[in-house]
Design a protein around this ligand. Structure first.
Ligand SMILES: [Zn+2]
Length: 401
């Protein structure tokens, strides 16, 4: 991975380049920040840069997309880093048995092919949940376990084979089982020479303080929406879609990419959501049962996305109802529906709506039976809407969805 392939984060990249140029390479760094902000990609690009034997510099005429320096991408070290097969690049990440190819005593190494493939396919940007799904471990939790710690120690006991810096990347260090953390502490405190630990985390409050205190924290902020939009445009995404996906991404690249790939079905999502709310408003139970049956064909992943989409629509209604229409990305039909529906979305009931969809996303992940789940949701939504109508009547505003 090259620094110039990373979406946004220019300032942070420059600070890493500068530290390296001053010979300041801490032995343990923690790249932390919210999901979808290129932390893992940054750690990988940094690792590659540390070991590149032919670094490029803008001051020497290299075109590095606005950066002052970067890896060459061509030297033998870079080539191995780009394929993630460098013998001095080690990965630890949460894992568990999957009952299939990994039946007992799982460790990161059991999934190394899948890990490399997932990293390369997604430019090192994917969520913990996506990783769990890839491993196919069902509803088991993925953790970093004693075998993984054992492997780190074993790796450290061997001489590094060829690189300037031996790199150990631990993704989602917060998933380190607390009972075995002590195994790592001594290593983090007194590392082997020329060994660099790059820890990556989304929830630093779940990391043991003893680990935190032994690492240098590198805060990775959310990506700017403008950087995400530029990235999507460069990937050939149509301008309106890129603008919208970036605007709705909250600086999360994973969300933005998903939004783009779901753009086509998204129009159907809006139509489905509007129909559903109208049926709930009329408490048309036979039609609601038929609606629930139809949603089964979406499949679980799309269904989760549909529920997230419903929450976005509810949120848009709240914004419009509170004179913040300029914060909402919408076409004419959506805006018209949301403006009408916004009367039934208030500060009092918004959490009730969110809870209905949130619980449903959880239930879909737990293999709930879809038609029953959606029918139950419909009944709950009917109740929320009836209460909202009542409140409006009381306030003297008769209304129609
Ligand atoms: Zn190189």
């Amino acid at each position: 991975m090259l620094f110039r392939q990373i979406v946004g984060q220019k300032e942070l990249i420059e600070s890493l380049i500068k530290a390296v140029s001053l010979g300041r390479v801490p032995h343990a760094q923690l790249f932390w920040g919210p999901e979808g902000n290129e932390k893992l990609a940054l750690a990988l690009a940094y690792a590659q840069y540390l070991n590149c034997t032919n670094r490029l510099y803008a001051s020497q005429g290299a075109d590095l997309g606005g950066l002052s320096s970067d890896s060459c991408g061509q030297c033998p070290s870079c080539r191995k880093f780009e394929k993630l097969v460098h013998p001095d690049l080690h990965f630890i990440y949460p894992n568990n048995i999957n009952g299939g190819s990994v039946k007992k005593d799982s460790q990161s190494l059991d999934y190394i092919d899948l890990w490399r493939e997932t990293l390369l396919k997604n430019d090192a940007e994917f969520s913990y949940n996506e990783w769990i799904e890839k491993m196919d471990i069902g509803d088991r939790q993925a953790i970093i376990n004693i075998r993984d710690c054992g492997r780190i120690l074993q790796t450290l006991s061997l001489k590094s084979s060829e690189a300037r810096f031996r790199i150990i990347v631990i993704w989602m260090i917060e998933k380190l089982s607390p009972t075995i953390a002590s195994t790592l502490l001594k290593t983090l405190e007194e590392p082997e020479p020329q060994t660099v630990f790059l820890l990556v985390s989304e929830n630093t409050d779940q990391i043991l303080p003893t680990i935190l205190s032994r690492t240098q924290m590198v805060k990775v902020p959310r990506i700017e929406n403008a950087d995400i939009e530029r990235h999507l445009l460069a990937r050939g995404v149509e301008a309106a879609t890129a603008h919208r996906a970036a605007g709705e991404s909250s600086g999360n690249l994973i969300t933005a990419r998903l939004r783009c790939s779901h753009n086509e079905i998204r129009e159907n999502f809006h139509a489905s959501f509007a129909d559903w709310m109208r049926l709930c408003f009329r408490v048309d139970m036979p039609a609601l049962v038929a609606f629930a049956e139809r949603q089964k064909s979406l499949g679980r992943e799309n269904l989760k996305f549909f529920f997230e989409h419903c929450m976005d629509e509810i949120h848009a209604c709240l914004l419009i109802g509170n004179n913040c229409a300029d914060k909402v990305f919408a076409d004419a039909e959506e805006k018209k529906f949301w403006t009408n529906f916004s009367k039934f979305v208030t500060g009092e009931n918004i959490n009730h709506y969110y809870k209905i969809f949130d619980d449903a996303i959880f239930a879909v992940g737990r293999n709930a039976y879809v038609p029953t789940l959606i029918t139950d949701m419909s009944m709950e939504l009917c109740r929320v809407l009836a209460a909202a109508q009542q409140a409006l009547k009381k306030a003297g505003n008769g209304a129609k969805a």
